[in-house]
Design a protein around this ligand. Sequence first.
Ligand code: ARG
Length: 458
Amino acid sequence: KTVSLWGGRFTGKVDPLMEKFNASISFDKRMAQADVVGSQAYAKALCRSGIITEHERDALVNGLQQVGEEWKNGTFEISPRDEDIHTANERRLTEIIGSDIGGKLHTGRSRNDQVATDIRIWLRDEARILLNILKELIKCFVDRATKEIDVLMPGYTHLQRAQPIRWSHWLLSYAFYFKADYERLEQLISRCNQLPLGSGALAGNPFTVDREFIAQELGFEGVVPNSLYGVGDRDFIAEFLFWSSLTMCHLSRWAEDLIIYSTAEFNFVVLADAYSTGSSLMPQKKNSDSLELIRGKSGRVFGDMTGFLMTLKGLPSTYNKDLQEDKEPLFDAYDTLHGVLQIATGVLATLTIKKENMLKALSPDMLATDLAEYLVRKGVPFRETHNIAGRAVRLAEERGCGMNELKLEDFQNLHHLFTEDVYDIFKYEKSVENRNAIGGTSRKTVEGQITLLENWLA
Ligand code: ARG
């Protein structure tokens, strides 16, 4: 016989295709434990309201405990009639403790406030795992930056060689992107960690359950203050999907840098074999598949976000079944980030750098700005010195020599304030050390960034 949750009102049978179409158990079973603890807290609240006895409460709480155990040790058997995780757990609970008591659990509760609660529990707990692995990645950046602070490389704008920088300075730039991502995720968890349970289907709970109590039981920071909002709101998912997208964006840009740096043309870095693959046709190839997949998977996560926003945008107030479409993009983005962050850490930790090649890629013309600044220090206005240095670059180009190989009289023809010490500027280390204001690439200021990050990590 067909007994469904809403069976009372219905006489016709549901099309089996519709039943399958409607079901979410195949993916929402991931929230099994969240659903169990949510129900346990609700049972306790019903008892405090005097709707069920202490004996009934204990039977519900213990029965649910067993349901949770079955999920943990893999013995929970999903029945073909289980539409979603909420119906599955309640069905099993009723089998274990009987329907006389089991049938009381859902009093005053709807799957609408139940599912909203389960997702929030799930996301807040799982997001904390992401925080931990994100921190590992940031540590890895800081470790390398500390060890490799001596290494100089070309810094780029427009992918054109711009000015010499420390390799560590480049590394730390990403550490700061990811620190910001870490902080954004922390803040998002806090907004997610609010209790919708007790909102009922939409209008609120008729048995005056103590929602503050439920919130406390479940580790929520507060109670969603409006029941329509409580059942209809999925902004915390949209926020998480945006967070995932932005974090993937940073990972993708980082990956792109390294893909470029690992080409034969640059040859600044070599990926460990553990994170590369070969070609089935060309024996010499070593491809940076790990980084390409990181870059590629960013597109998929953006898709999760935009797809879900499309789902949300036309919905009328409160719960609509469209909202069941929230879980797959959520889980997909979560799983992608969970994998990618760990792969990124592995890639970064095992990467070899070729510091001689980085150094070789520096060229005297990258010190044209320093040449202009030389005259600035002697009192010439920058707009003028910029032009003079530009002419020095052109002269060197015409002669086919480095700017550092121009004669002193060449410089003096450009401006009378050039003296012998102009040749001192053609030292890359010196150029780097000149960028000594907070945030710059000098040793002292890079060390300052490391200290800042280490204190934050501690
Ligand atoms: N499986 C549903 C979801 O994920 C649970 C809520 C169902 N509520 C309802 N009124 N049909 O959204």
